[in-house]
Every structure is written in structure tokens, then in C-alpha cells.
Write a protein that binds this ligand. Structure first.
Ligand SMILES: Nc1ncnc2c1ncn2[C@@H]1O[C@H](COP(=O)(O)OP(=O)(O)OP(=O)(O)O)[C@@H](O)[C@H]1O
Length: 336
């Protein structure tokens, strides 16, 4: 393990921000800390960095207990949401900064900076000043600067949080590729489940100062440990009292058509009657807003455009729906 956090505890007065958190982060992984605002993600990241002092527990990086080691000596790179660049220094000088204070030879610094600027796609920008960069370019410069000193660990606290949706999405893809090239053990704090699913190879879901579950994006999506993880990782509908993904709801015009045709599906599986409230076109997919005829509850199904065209759904109609797949949540039966 590159990073092991053991029974980390942090309180602010009576408020418990980290409630005996333990987490192992494998070497070379890109792990996301995902959770709602206030769940303790930043506190955990800052504790790994040494920017917060723990009240209990330990942080081990590459086998060294660094719990009482200063941030400067932990060999980490850190990027915040609002990166504090040196405004009076060029992009090149900003990236070179860590190497210059370490008094590396000039030729080595020049080569390394050229290489980093290329990696982050800022080769043509080296003589610009931070104020002459876009928000996305500034964050890429921040990453280059954090990587310059070859840290053992790269810690990113909502690095794309202040950018607009399109730029965020581009930078996510870019970060994933960068990580595939550079392989530095990376921990990314985000409250955006799409971002975590998109870039991370492991996700730790946090809630109220605790870790609810750690796993691959697929594990967490398909086999959530509890209702919190299930609903935090994606949309959820309730069908016959169970939480299901809207994609896993089959819509038909007769009870038989709503029944899944895959082999091994129980015939007794519940089909329920619903009325179509609204059909919303979301590009490739269509969200069908439904009202359970028996209980009056609203829920929705997400179907492909093709399926919607075949069904020709309109508001006010009666349809039959059933869940084709119910995630196995610990403590529930996992079948409809
Ligand atoms: N210095 C502090 N003094 C008092 N309370 C603090 C301090 N720092 C953080 N907290 C509290 O600890 C809790 C966890 O904060 P943290 O920043 O780790 O959450 P987060 O999951 O990163 O949330 P966000 O996404 O909003 O940043 C919050 O309720 C916050 O108010």
C-alpha cells in the first residue's frame, strides 16, 4: 500500500469530522474520496498531506509513519480548488519553482519543465503569466507544478470544482490519461459522483466522518453496501418498495411485456401498473416519469430513445413496469 490511514480521528470541538477512519490506498491507483459536503473528505485528504493534525490514529506513506512529519517532508504534491499561483512568475517559473528551491542543476530543471509542460499541454504557454491563462489552464499548470518534484503521492482537493461543466469534463478525461502515463498514486476529493465514476479506479464513499464503502466504480454501482451508497452513486427509483436504478426498469404496454425475457427471471416478479406523467428527452436516453397506480408514488425509468420510439409513450397513458435487476444491498434479498 502506498498510503495507509489507520483509525484517523479528528474533532473540531464536539464535532467529529473523522470518526476513526481507516483506508488503504494501493500504489499507482487513482482513488476518489466521494461524499456530500461536510462528510470529511477534505479533512481526510489534508490529514494525509499533514495540513491537519490528527487527534488519534496514524498516516503511513510508503511504509513510513508520517503522522508527526511536517507537510514539506511528506513528499506529496497538493492541488487545491483555487490554486495559488505566483502571479508575478511566468508559467515556466511557476512549474520550476519546487525544483529551484531544491537547487537542482539548471539543465535538469529546463528538461523537466519542458517535459511537464508537454504532459499538461501547456508547451506554448511558458512565457505567459497566470492571469493570462483560463481556469482550466491554470489548474493544469498547478498539476505540473505539483508533479515537478516527483512526489510519491498526488493529492487533489476538488481541483476542477471552480470550472464550468464542459471544462470539468474535458479535464477529467485529461487527468485519467495523465494518470495512465505518470502512474503516481493519486487521491482526488470530489462531491461529484459522475467525476468519481469517470476517473477513479477506486472510490471511497464518505458520509458523516466515516467511510461507508471502498471499491471499484462498478462494485459500488452494482453492489452498494447500503442505501446511502446506492443513492449517492446514481439515480434511484423505488419499485415495489425496493431501490432500483432507473435504467433497470422495464416499461411495457401489457403486464407480459413488462416482464423480463432473460432466462432465470422469476415469473412471480412484481409487475406494477403506472401512469405516464411526462416523457423527457435527454439526448440518447429518455426519462419516463411515472406514477405508481397503487400507491400514487412518483418514480422514473430511463430507457433508450429506440425503446421509447417503439413504445410511443405519451403522458396520461397506463403502462406496466418492473425492475429487471435489483442491486444486492447488504441486508436485502436482492430480488423483486
Ligand atoms: N477548522 C475547522 N473548524 C471547525 N469545523 C471544521 C473545520 N474544518 C472543517 N470543519 C467541519 O468538519 C466537517 C468536515 O469538513 P470537510 O471540509 O472535511 O468536508 P468535505 O466532505 O470536504 O466537504 P466539502 O465538500 O463541503 O468541502 C464539516 O462539517 C466542517 O464544517
Amino acid at each position: 500500500m502506498e498510503i495507509s490511514v489507520r483509525d484517523a480521528r479528528k474533532q473540531y470541538g464536539d464535532f467529529v469530522a473523522l470518526d476513526d477512519v481507516s483506508l488503504d490506498i494501493p500504489s499507482g491507483s487513482l482513488t476518489a474520496l466521494l461524499g456530500p459536503s461536510g462528510s470529511g473528505k477534505s479533512t481526510l485528504l489534508r490529514s494525509i498531506a499533514g495540513l491537519e493534525e490528527l487527534d488519534g490514529g496514524a498516516v503511513v506513506i510508503a511504509g513510513d509513519d508520517v503522522t508527526s512529519v511536517s507537510p514539506q517532508k511528506r513528499d506529496i504534491g497538493f492541488v487545491f480548488q483555487h490554486y495559488a499561483a505566483f502571479k508575478h512568475l511566468t508559467v515556466r517559473k511557476n512549474v520550476a519553482f519546487g525544483l529551484e528551491i531544491r537547487k537542482r542543476p539548471k539543465a535538469e530543471i529546463d528538461d523537466r519543465v519542458d517535459q511537464l509542460l508537454e504532459i499538461v499541454g501547456l508547451t506554448g504557454f511558458q512565457t505567459r503569466f497566470p492571469a493570462q491563462l483560463s481556469g482550466g489552464q491554470r489548474q493544469r499548470m498547478a498539476l505540473a507544478r505539483a508533479l515537478a518534484v516527483d512526489p510519491r503521492v498526488l493529492l487533489l482537493d476538488e481541483p476542477f470544482g471552480a470550472l464550468d461543466a464542459k471544462v470539468r469534463a474535458d479535464l477529467r478525461t485529461w487527468l485519467r490519461r495523465l494518470h495512465d502515463d505518470v502512474h503516481v498514486t493519486t487521491v482526488l476529493v470530489t462531491h461529484d459522483q459522475q467525476e468519481a465514476l469517470d476517473v477513479a479506479d477506486r472510490i471511497a464513499v464518505m458520509n458523516a466522518g466515516r467511510i461507508e464503502q471502498v471499491g471499484t466504480p462498478r462494485d459500488l454501482y452494482d453492489r452498494p453496501a447500503n442505501d446511502f451508497v446506492m443513492s449517492f452513486l446514481g439515480d434511484v427509483s423505488r419499485v415495489n418498495g425496493q431501490m432500483v436504478r432507473p435504467h433497470d426498469i422495464r416499461v411495457g404496454r401489457t403486464p407480459e411485456l413488462a416482464r423480463a425475457q432473460e432466462e432465470g427471471t422469476a415469473e412471480s416478479a412484481g409487475v406494477l401498473r403506472a401512469s405516464v406523467e411526462r416523457v423527457v428527452h435527454l439526448g440518447f436516453e429518455v426519462r419516463v416519469e411515472l406514477r405508481n397506480a397503487a400507491t400514487g408514488e412518483l418514480f422514473f425509468a430511463q430507457i433508450t430513445r429506440g425503446d421509447n420510439e417503439a413504445l410511443g409513450l405519451t403522458s396520461g397513458e397506463t403502462v406496466y413496469v418492473r425492475a429487471t435487476r435489483v442491486p444486492t444491498i447488504a441486508g436485502s434479498a436482492g430480488t423483486v
